[in-house]
Design a protein around this ligand. Structure first.
Ligand code: ZN
Length: 477
């Protein structure tokens, strides 16, 4: 499986938490790795025990630092770390520190997310609530975004503010006008009440997913198999788990246990810089196909072996299913390995051809027909040729979206109704003659797919809300 075979989990502007550089936009994708074969019951137990320890650790942190007393502290990881170290909690539960400290940071991150949600919700309520004056709102917003101020009010304390914050705070209070003393009291009470209402104790029952620091594992080989060595509770003893690919990473990993299948999945978050290409200025329309993967409005085809490769896989699956039934044997490892290899080759081909298209067409905007959501769902557990194709289409659009995102190219979906029958030169309804599209109104002739891609571009560029406008336009002509 290639490293490109991944799913985009989140895509967002990234602004420098987690010690990542602040400059440049980044998008996050998750790469997945899988254990190969079944993990022994003994090893599964060891992993379960680690998962349990991590769960207990997270709950301990939620419990101890999830309340109003710790509001300021959770933003200083260092302080929490040294307190937790001094508590002896890790030794008590006997969890290696590579798992322990990542569980602590994970739980702290969750607490910060919760605080952000609480503040956002209060802000939303305040904006909607008409009994607040603009100055009231200003006061509440200021308090909510100033940790020490907020902490003071929640805890009825008066820790000193920095000079700069103090002077802004006084100004915000002064703006409240005449009865500001009483106003402040009321608003503070409101803030406390709302916070208490919206703050909830966090808790997890999930012992099947945990995080390991990079010091806790290494990739390597054992008995000719590639895999990962994971730290265990036993001192200096590492557990070897074979993996289905040979990629190596050097960052925090998320490990997810599957008890039924006796397997693990490793999730690796990867941050990628968005690339901007000054010379990518074109607008193109594309048409996806079962045989030719992508045909562009410029008349080019990318992925012309796409259909053939899929057909080979389908044929292979069918033959193998037939053989299984007639010879009454179950799927061999050899079969799985060959199928995986063919799948990987196809995926790799899709990636390469999309790259080639972007490099050659240099688009700023790509228009494509809106596809049904998640065609991959139909594919689960079947060997059906048609559905296999549907799934590959889902894979193609997912890859296309990811690559466009990464290269700062916009994808715009247009409505596809009637797009194959419309003439891209004059807009009248034409007909298909083999691979050709022909228009009797204006005499235009073009490859069917190219005609569709040109229509996609026209619909996208005209920026109309395509379905309605387009049909009334055609009627008017
Ligand atoms: Zn025409």
């Amino acid at each position: 499986m290639s490293a490109e075979n991944t799913k985009t989990e989140t895509a967002s502007q990234y602004s420098g938490d987690n010690g990542l550089p602040q400059s440049g936009e980044k998008i996050c994708k998750a790469v997945h790795q899988y254990s190969k074969g079944k993990i022994s019951g003994e090893n599964m137990d060891v992993l379960m025990e680690i998962g349990h320890g991590c769960m207990v650790t997270r709950n301990y942190i939620y419990q101890r630092y999830g309340g109003i007393k710790s509001l300021v502290k959770v933003y200083s990881g260092y302080e929490v770390d040294s307190e937790v170290r001094a508590s002896g909690f890790r030794e008590k539960i006997g969890l290696p520190s590579v798992y322990f400290s990542s569980s602590v940071s994970r739980a702290l991150a969750d607490i910060k997310i919760m605080w952000a949600q609480v503040r956002n919700r209060i802000n939303d309520d305040v904006s909607r609530n008409e009994r607040f004056s603009p100055e009231d709102r200003h006061y509440i917003r200021f308090v909510l975004k100033t940790d020490v101020c907020y902490w003071n009010i929640l805890n009825g304390k008066s820790s000193p503010l920095s000079d700069k914050i103090q002077s802004v705070y006084e100004k915000v209070i002064a703006d409240l006008g005449g009865e500001r003393g009483q106003r402040v009291k009321n608003l503070n009470r409101y803030i406390c009440r709302q916070t208490r209402k919206k703050l909830h104790k966090q808790h997890t029952d999930n012992r099947l997913r945990f995080t390991i620091k990079k010091q806790g594992y290494r990739y390597g080989e054992l008995d000719g198999e590639h895999g990962i060595f994971l730290a265990t509770k036993a001192n200096r003893q590492r557990m070897f788990i074979p993996l289905t690919d040979t990629n190596v990473y050097d960052r925090m990993l998320d490990i997810s246990l599957n008890l039924q299948k006796k397997s693990i999945e490793i999730v690796i978050p990867i941050f990628v810089n968005i690339q901007r290409h000054k010379d990518y200025v074109n607008e193109i329309g594309i048409s996806l196909g079962v045989w030719n993967m992508i045909t562009t409005s410029t008349g080019n085809v990318y992925g012309s072996s796409f259909g053939k490769m899929q057909q080979e896989i389908s044929r292979f699956i069918l033959e193998e299913n037939y053989r299984e039934k007639s010879e009454n044997v179950s799927g061999t490892q050899n079969y799985q390995a060959r199928k995986e290899k063919m799948d990987a080759a196809l995926k790799n081909y899709v990636n390469m051809e999309i790259n080639r298209m972007l490099a050659q067409e240099k688009p700023k905007v790509v228009y494509m027909v809106k596809l049904p959501r998640n065609p991959g769902m139909l594919m689960k557990g079947t060997g059906d040729t048609h559905l296999l194709r549907m799934w590959k289409k889902g894979f193609v659009t997912e890859r296309l979206q990811w690559k466009c995102q990464k290269n700062n190219i916009k994808i715009v979906e247009v409505i596809g109704k009637g797009i194959g029958r419309e003439c891209s030169a004059c807009g009248q309804v034409g007909y298909a003659d083999g691979e050709k599209f022909k228009c009797s109104a204006c005499g235009f002739e073009e490859n069917k797919k190219v005609n569709s891609a040109r229509n996609t571009l026209n619909r996208g560029k005209s920026g109309k809300q395509l379905n309605k406008k387009w049909s009334s336009d055609t009627l008017g002509r």
